[in-house]
Design a protein around this ligand. Structure first.
Ligand SMILES: Cc1cc2nc3c(=O)[nH]c(=O)nc-3n(C[C@H](O)[C@H](O)[C@H](O)COP(=O)(O)OP(=O)(O)OC[C@H]3O[C@@H](n4cnc5c(N)ncnc54)[C@H](O)[C@@H]3O)c2cc1C
Length: 284
């Protein structure tokens, strides 16, 4: 298993990277952490004419704070995000999520931008972005544009990013003090991709769930925002009756894909169990 021949470029700026993307179009692949792309090259599932290594672009690697938001550069690595005090303070869900992403060796190299652009339906970070209402910042030949997480993933491993665009960062709203976050997943071995996962946030006032946003991953072609299921428990306290209603709506709302790792029925069942568990824990 050897990668096919390709030209290799290591731009120092976003502008240089975009010039290269313009030149090669969809014949180019961006190399970030390489944790998915390099195996794909070695198995010849990807055969790009050029690799554009973005690891030397300093301007897209930082984690920074503004008044109400935190911006994470596309090439920030998982271990940097997991150990950032800024992230722990303002984006606690990401701190919670990071140990669930793959293994230590992969977290040392893998980047948030790589995860978002690969858009694996079982990946934690695209689902976290959706749950938190993040915005993707894309740079292209005509400047930058913002795409909300709600419309970034467009299909199985497909995103709204054009071939001549580079993801430069992700902007997250800072968590508010009255928000509670949760993430839980079921996988065969620790570090494997999730068979089913759930992530979200709740606003709870004296035992009443005022607002809920719930996202499932590993359950479809993209992460799934379960809006109708979340509505079942808004403005209610969590009880067996409310949970049973949510079970029924979830069974209609979720359309998981079956695979060797789990049938449609099995995935629906795991999703139901995970949801009950995280909501009960978050409310009490
Ligand atoms: C054994 C194993 C277990 C894993 N388990 C998990 C898991 O549990 N959860 C999980 O989420 N992931 C898991 N992964 C995947 C891992 O998280 C990858 O690192 C991630 O999917 C891709 O990130 P990367 O930085 O390595 O990107 P790369 O592999 O370098 O790139 C991935 C794709 O994104 C594109 N890309 C990268 N950066 C940009 C950018 N800035 N702009 C535009 N396009 C870009 C590349 O061109 C490529 O197509 C696992 C991987 C392995 C090998």
């Amino acid at each position: 298993v050897k990668a096919p021949a390709f030209e290799y470029y290591r731009p120092k700026t976003v502008l240089q990277a975009i010039e290269l993307l313009q030149k090669f179009g969809d014949e180019a692949q961006i190399l970030a952490g390489g944790q998915s792309l390099v195996p794909m090259l070695n198995m010849r599932l990807a055969q790009p004419a050029a690799l554009i290594d973005v690891n030397g672009i300093q301007e897209i690697s930082h984690i920074s704070e503004e008044a109400d938001t935190v911006r994470i550069g596309a090439t920030a690595r998982y271990f940097e995000i997991g150990s950032s005090s800024l992230v722990r303070r303002y984006l606690p869900l990401l701190t919670q999520a990071m140990p669930l992403v793959a293994h230590v060796a992969i977290r040392n190299r893998g980047t948030i931008g790589g995860s978002i652009c690969l858009s694996d339906p079982a990946a934690e970070l695209p689902a976290c972005c959706l749950a938190m209402g993040a915005t993707m910042i894309l740079a292209g030949p005509n400047g930058t544009r913002s795409v909300p997480a709600d419309s970034f993933a467009t299909g199985l491993y497909e995103t709204a990013r054009a071939p001549n665009e580079l993801l430069v960062g992700i902007v997250f709203p800072k968590a508010r003090l009255d928000e509670r976050f949760f993430i839980e997943e079921f996988s065969r071995r620790r570090g494997d991709f999730a068979i089913v996962g759930v992530v979200g946030r709740l606003k709870v006032e004296t035992g009443i769930i005022r607002q809920a946003r719930v996202v499932f991953f590993g359950c479809g072609a993209t992460s799934v925002l379960a809006t109708r299921t979340a509505k079942c428990f808004e403005n209610k306290s969590w009880s067996e009756d409310v949970a049973a209603t949510a079970d029924a709506v979830l069974a209609e709302e979720l359309e998981p894909l079956g695979s060797i790792h789990g049938s449609v029925r099995y995935r629906r069942k795991i999703a139901r169990v995970l949801l009950r568990d995280v909501i009960a824990r978050s409310v009490h």
